[in-house]
Design a protein. Structure first.
Ligand code: AMP
Length: 114
């Protein structure tokens, strides 16, 4: 896959409001938040979309979810609840082609989504 703006954030070439980092995952605040808390968790491995993930990525995808859950717990958001979302390709609303998981919290979300 080609480089994306998230690749530049991973390499610290452009600024981001980073809230979590380990060897495999980076978490940073979304620049255009859709909720009072809107954090993106991304694998440092450049997987373009969920459709490009392979069985070898299963543990990494699990860690992405668990990093978001741990952050929500740490920030006191878990009790009231939150939503995690992975948008995939055009109909999914994906605009940045480096797989990312949205953590949204701090307001009530409707279902089904719009
Ligand atoms: P998606 O539409 O699922 O691909 O989500 C991409 C998200 O990345 C959007 O919510 C954007 O607001 C967010 N975004 C784009 N550029 C940046 C950036 N430089 N820093 C933080 N978030 C960004």
């Amino acid at each position: 896959m080609g480089d994306t703006i998230f690749g530049k954030i991973i390499r610290h070439e452009i600024p981001a409001d980073i809230v979590y980092e380990d060897d495999e995952i980076l978490g940073f605040r979304d620049v255009n938040p859709q909720a009072p808390v809107h954090v993106l968790f991304i694998p440092k491995k450049p997987i373009a979309t969920l459709d490009d993930a392979e069985l070898d990525d299963a543990v990494l995808l699990g860690k992405l979810q668990l990093a978001a859950a741990a952050y929500a717990r740490q920030e006191g958001l878990a009790g009231k609840g939150y939503r995690t979302v992975i948008n995939c390709n055009e109909d999914g609303g994906q605009t940045v082609f480096h797989l990312h998981l949205h953590l949204l919290a701090g307001r009530r979300f409707t279902w089904p989504p719009g």
